[in-house]
Write a protein of this length. Structure first.
Length: 253
């Protein structure tokens, strides 16, 4: 049986962290929490579990996760955020995988809880994530804040049954705050990469993002919250390109 390291990045995650840690007890052979100097009970909660607690100033989403992976002493990794936990089915799948790990990485579905409701459609489910992987066979990539793990060999990836449970937003106000923060991060990342915003992108890309999630991916089946999620998908895309356009104008001046 292989030995598995669970790596978790945190910042003020006391609301859901205990659920996260309890879900990997008896599954992970090592638990490493990399914390960005939380000011809540995150460190106290970790002290109640067998956790290696590492404090690291936040480097960026993908950078922080690559740093966390580097702290692991085992070659096989389960990567989680502090507001995520393994479902019962996924716990069973991971235990089975530890007996018969063959590939460089494995996808899991992620199920998101939005304002108390589990979401089953739009772009939010199955929300496939590559969170089980062999160390040294890939790295966290992408444009912050939308990081993703990528293996160097895309043909050595499988899937496991079960969901990562994700408590994403407790209320609508928190969603709006995150859109403001994430759209700023994304706009700056795009600007640094030389990606341009245009009037066409500001108008059409948010519209397509809404239609794809609400109509093509059946967001309407999640009721009012499904509609709100899809509207906020429009809003996130719109603000990202507006803020990118603003950065371009400031740079000209």
């Amino acid at each position: 049986m292989i030995k598995l390291s669970a790596v978790i990045i945190t910042f003020n995650e006391d609301e859901h962290l205990e659920k996260c840690l309890r879900s990997i007890e008896g599954i992970a052979d090592e638990i490493i929490v990399v914390d960005s100097y939380s000011t809540d009970r995150t460190k106290e909660i970790c002290s109640q579990f067998k956790v290696s607690f590492v404090e690291q100033k936040f480097l960026g989403y993908k950078e922080q996760k690559n740093f966390a992976v580097a702290q692991a002493s085992n070659a096989y990794i389960l990567s989680l955020d502090g507001d995520e936990a393994l479902s019962k089915e996924l716990q069973k799948s991971v235990l089975e995988l530890k007996e018969n790990w063959k590939l460089d990485g494995y996808y899991c579905n992620r199920k998101n809880n939005y304002c108390g409701q589990w979401i089953h459609y739009s772009n939010w489910y199955p929300d496939k994530k590559l969170r089980l992987f062999k160390k040294g066979k890939g790295e966290w990539k992408g444009i912050n804040p939308h990081d993703c793990y990528s293996t160097y060999n895309p043909n050595s990836i499988g899937e496991v049954r079960g969901d990562i449970l994700h408590w994403v937003f407790r209320d609508y106000a928190e969603h709006l705050q995150k859109i403001d923060r994430f759209s700023s991060i994304a706009a700056q990342a795009y600007f640094d990469l030389g990606i341009k915003s245009t009037i066409g992108k500001i108008v059409f890309r948010p519209t397509w993002a809404f239609l794809k999630s609400y109509i093509l991916r059946l967001g309407f089946l999640d009721g009012l919250n499904g509609f709100i999620i899809c509207v906020q998908t429009f809003n996130m895309t719109f603000m990202k390109y507006v803020k990118l356009y603003e950065l371009q104008q400031k740079n000209k001046n």
